[in-house]
Design a protein. Structure first.
Length: 448
């Protein structure tokens, strides 16, 4: 069985895994990434928020995103007591980012994985993890996997679980809390025939009478993603009454005010389903391991926060691991800061999703609550709403994240400078010794 050693081993090649791998490779780390599938592969979750743009800039993929994908300029909502649809425009945040993208996830995920390769990550696709390797103290030291039927072992100073809902490491290494009030199921499909909204780049989010909500995502001029998210208990009740999933989807669409004007159910192709059960792990890290993306936490996709949360966590974790690799004695400090910041991002958006899930409030209530959540005061409640749901409010925490703290960074730099000085001094001593030896040999009497 072959065995290799790396600084970091990443399990999972989705957006979170590719992001953390690519960022660490940019810092000169030796990174190995394994992915159980072969890319491109289908995945749901096509609408991006602007809060993820800084990490896309850091990875150097914004130009490609601009070339390949449809812009997303805002969000149209049919929600609350007010029967009129209302809109939030990304440009309302002051021009920081006026759009994100609607993406085809097979192409988007492959773009990020390919970029990780370009940055120096060793990638193996169709690799099935068979075991999590731990030493006698329980520290994770690597994973065993099979590729093309051949067993391998790969070891790293840290292993990252970015395996999504499979939770390859977290299923074994930590507990999990399910958000029972957000146990939902999504049913969705695609159509090439649809009527765009007044703002054709917008996503539609609409509450459905009787429970649940619908989305409409214009992936291209000839492709609309349309889906129905409803409580699992509601779907169970309807199926017991003899309704098929196709019936449930059609009834949800028929109950809408706006979604049904965008697409005719007869034009929607094969329907897909998945469960969207929000959860959070008790720990995002432990001895030798870190978790990011859906393997760590997942929130109902109401505001398209999945990829933003996963890639933001990956950025935080990459910085924390980079610091931990340089300073093993302070690794717990760096990883605890990562855990605390990631957890705060999760709870901020979760608290608002829970509040927003009540579709019987006034529009002003949703906006005022958004303004109140988080640590940044924003005078304009409409701007507060869009900054929260787009991830912009969290940017200061992510972009300026310091895993060691100011004092910790000073200590790190001190030690690094001292190490450099010590190495230079040792090299100078060795050079002086070599010169002295050479001179003594030159002056020694012949035959001595």
């Amino acid at each position: 069985m072959s065995e290799a050693q790396y600084d970091v081993v990443v399990v999972g090649g989705g957006p979170a895994g590719s992001t953390i791998a690519g960022l660490l490779a940019k810092q000169g780390r030796r990174v190995f990434l394994m992915e159980r599938e072969s890319f491109p592969r289908y995945h749901i979750g096509e609408s991006m928020v602007t809060g993820m743009i800084p990490v896309m800039e850091e990875l150097g993929v914004v130009e490609e995103l601009e070339k390949r994908f449809q812009h997303k300029s805002g969000i149209n909502l049919v929600w609350g007591k007010d029967p009129q649809p209302w809109r939030s425009d990304f440009s309302a945040t002051g021009g920081l980012y006026d759009h994100s993208w609607h993406v085809r996830r097979d192409e988007f995920d492959k773009l990020l994985l390919d970029r990780a390769r370009e940055l120096g990550v060793e990638v193996v696709e169709e690799a099935q993890v068979t075991d999590v390797l731990q030493n006698d103290d329980g520290r994770v030291t690597g994973v065993a996997y099979k590729h093309a039927g051949v067993p391998h072992m790969v070891r790293g100073r840290f292993v990252v679980d970015a395996s999504g809902q499979h939770r390859t490491l977290t299923r074994k290494l930590t507990g999990i809390t399910w958000q029972d009030d957000l146990r939902n199921v999504a049913i969705w499909g695609y159509t090439a025939q649809y009527t765009p909204l007044e703002h054709p780049d917008d996503i539609l989010v609409e509450a459905i009478e009787g429970g649940g909500w619908m989305w409409g995502i214009p992936l291209a001029e000839d492709k609309l993603s349309i889906g129905y998210v409803l409580p699992v208990e509601r779907l169970t009740e309807l199926t017991r009454q003899g309704r098929s999933q196709q019936d449930v989807f059609a009834e949800g669409l028929a109950s809408s005010r706006i979604a049904k004007t965008m697409a005719d159910v007869s034009t929607v192709g094969e329907l897909r389903t998945t469960r969207d059960w929000s959860h959070i792990c008790d720990r995002f890290y432990g001895p030798g391991w870190v978790a990011v993306g859906d393997s760590a936490a997942f929130i109902d996709p109401l505001f398209s926060s999945g990829v933003w949360l996963g890639t933001s966590a990956a950025w935080l974790a990459a910085r924390a691991l980079d610091a931990a690799l340089d300073n093993p004695a302070e690794q717990d400090q760096a990883l605890e800061r990562f855990d605390a910041t990631y957890r705060q991002l999760y709870h901020d958006i979760l608290a608002y999703v829970r509040f927003f899930m009540d579709p019987n409030r006034l529009r002003e209530e949703y906006m005022e609550r958004a303004q109140a959540i988080g640590r940044t005061y924003i005078e304009n409640s409409a701007v507060g709403f869009i900054t929260l749901i787009s991830g912009i409010k969290a940017l200061p925490d992510v972009v300026s994240f310091d895993p060691m703290g100011e004092q910790g960074l000073e200590e790190v730099m001190k030690r690094r400078n001292q190490m450099v000085a010590d190495a230079k001094e040792a090299a100078a001593r060795e050079e002086a010794k070599a010169k002295a030896k050479a001179q003594s040999q030159e002056t020694a009497p012949v035959g001595a």
